[in-house]
Design a protein around this ligand. Structure first.
Ligand code: XMP
Length: 519
């Protein structure tokens, strides 16, 4: 296992993902973790991430020198590189030699462990204010840039390596190769980790945890809960029951997909609760976005609790002393890291995974995906034989189409939006854009009407908004520059095929300032 020491600013997660792409298992630990504790975890190598600090800043994170003297291979990147240089007696100046963005790196030592087989001149991604001007004793300088004399160094004997740039960022052309050179050549690690191992390991762990008891899982229609459920189903079979609350706010075909395709692929026992009318009644007359969200969240919990009580009662009747004791959740590794994860990482935000489940549930949790990143979860889903439409599904908010109707939510409006959304999704898929676009909310401006002309007559209909966005993690996003011909096709089809819509508009706002969803 490789430990990635997190010096902040979200670089660590990307590094951990890149290490796993190199088929080596990695975990993130905070830089505040004592070095002895890091070493006690027996890492095959340690990577020091970049971070927002200057090594000269007051209170900047430091590292105990013991980390470099334990015989464990270490790779420092950006801030990690400077910290390594400073801790081991090199020189780091804050002389204004700053570089941000794409930079040309000159590799000065052909055949170095990190740069072997890569060109002498290569593009890297830099983001630093301080710069290393002298490497520590025993280190060989292996690269420089126009402004930084020591942009990379290595000490093969001690297995210590460092680069000023960010090899984990895709703009560093040979970044992945440099990282793999460290892992395979520098640290001598074999690339054997796969998501297949995860399925086997997790299945065994889940069987041991659950024994002959029973578990339930709330399915939302999203990737995470579907893969978590499929994995648990593989482990404990009929001891698992899934609950799917159909709140009537799903997109066209989604409920059927869960009911038919998911069940067919997994053989899971599924309880579908048809709660459409209940949600429509609760939402009647409400236009305020926050109020809508609260109502949907509240009703969801009530319906789920009721379903769960029924399952527990049935199970108790059937099995006597084998009640439902476990709840499956699709918590992912980024949620764990950002929520503190028990590793001492700062608590940035607390996540609630399955559509806002109540906090006082008296269940033990099964979270088989808590060590995985999203792309790995998709791979696991694929290996488990889940349909492509579920595994590759783009994010969809828990409150569903309820927060994509600006105005009151009614059955008629939901049906109209479902049609428009289905057309947009169909055309995006046909154009091969599903993987380029993070998600494309389709929004109905139900309280707006504008004049149009269709056939020979005047119309007075609603606008539909297309909101295609590109993003890495939904925290920030940019509007996607979609091909005009695809936009034209979607617009023509929606205005022709969806009654009461006479205008299609494109949202060209990034996030910030606009959120991805309109409500
Ligand atoms: P915003 O609109 O905040 O959305 O930019 C960021 C991402 O989160 C999704 N989203 C939600 N997901 N429950 C969810 O499970 C919610 O209440 C919710 N609201 C927004 C949104 O689709 C986007 O991917």
């Amino acid at each position: 296992m490789v430990l990635v020491v997190d010096f902040g600013a979200q670089y660590a997660q990307l590094i951990a993902r890149r290490v796993r792409e190199a088929r080596v298992y990695s975990e993130i630990v905070p830089s505040t973790m004592p070095v002895q504790e890091m070493l006690a975890r027996n890492p095959a190598a340690i990577i020091l991430s970049g971070g927002p600090s200057s090594v000269y800043a007051e209170g900047a994170p430091r590292l105990d020198r013991a980390l470099f003297e334990a015989g464990v291979p270490v790779f420092g990147m950006c801030y990690g590189f400077q910290l390594m240089a400073q801790t081991l007696g090199g020189t780091v100046d804050n002389s204004g030699a700053r570089e941000y963005g794409r930079t040309d790196l000159h590799v000065s030592k052909a055949g170095s462990t990190l740069f072997e087989g890569t060109p002498a001149e290569q593009q890297v991604w830099m983001s630093h204010g301080d710069a290393c001007s002298a490497a520590p004793e025993g280190f060989t300088v292996t690269a420089s840039t126009a402004v930084v004399p020591v942009a990379a160094f290595e000490n093969d004997e001690k297995k210590l390596y460092g680069v000023q740039h960010h090899p984990e960022v895709m703009h560093s052309t040979y970044g992945q190769q440099v990282l793999e050179h460290f892992l395979y050549r520098g640290a001598g690690i074999e690339p054997t980790w796969t998501t297949g191992n995860v399925i086997e390991e997790q299945s065994a762990a889940i069987r041991a945890q659950v024994g002959d008891k029973r578990a339930i899982c709330g399915l939302s229609g999203g990737v995470d809960s579907a893969v978590a459920a499929a994995l648990v189903q593989k482990a404990i079979g009929s001891q698992l029951t899934c609950v799917y609350v159909d709140h009537g706010l799903m997109r066209k075909g989604e409920t059927e997909q869960v009911e038919k395709d998911f069940v067919a692929a997994t053989g899971v026992s599924l309880k579908v609760v048809d709660a459409e009318q209940r949600f429509l009644d609760a939402l009647a007359g409400v236009s305020d976005p926050e109020e809508k969200r609260k109502i949907i969240g509240r009703e969801f919990i009530r319906v789920f609790e009721q379903a769960q009580a029924e399952i527990v009662a049935e199970a108790a009747g059937e099995h006597g002393e084998q009640p439902v004791q476990f709840l499956v959740q699709g918590t992912l590794y980024p949620d764990v890291v950002e929520s503190g994860g028990g590793t001492g990482t700062a608590n940035i935000k607390s996540h609630h995974n399955v559509g806002g489940l109540p906090e006082d549930l008296e269940f033990e949790l099964i979270e088989p995906l808590r060590k995985l990143f999203k792309d790995e979860v998709r791979m696991v889903g694929q290996e488990l034989g889940l349909p492509e439409e579920i595994v590759q599904r783009q994010p969809f908010p828990g409150p569903g189409l309820g927060i994509r109707i600006v105005g009151e939510v009614t059955k008629e409006r939901l049906d109209l939006l479902r049609e428009a959304d289905a057309i947009a999704r169909e055309e995006l898929t046909a154009a091969g854009l599903d993987r380029d676009i993070w998600q494309c909310p389709v929004v109905l401006l139900a309280d707006v009407r504008s004049v149009g002309v269709q056939g020979d007559g005047r119309t007075y209909g609603h606008p539909i908004v297309l909101r295609p966005v590109s993003s890495e993690d939904a925290m920030t996003a940019d509007w996607t520059r979609m091909p005009y011909d695809v936009l034209a096709k979607i617009s023509t089809r929606i205005t022709n095929e969806v009654a009461d819509v006479n205008r299609v508009v494109l949202d060209v706002t990034s996030k910030p300032p606009g959120t991805i969803e309109w409500e």
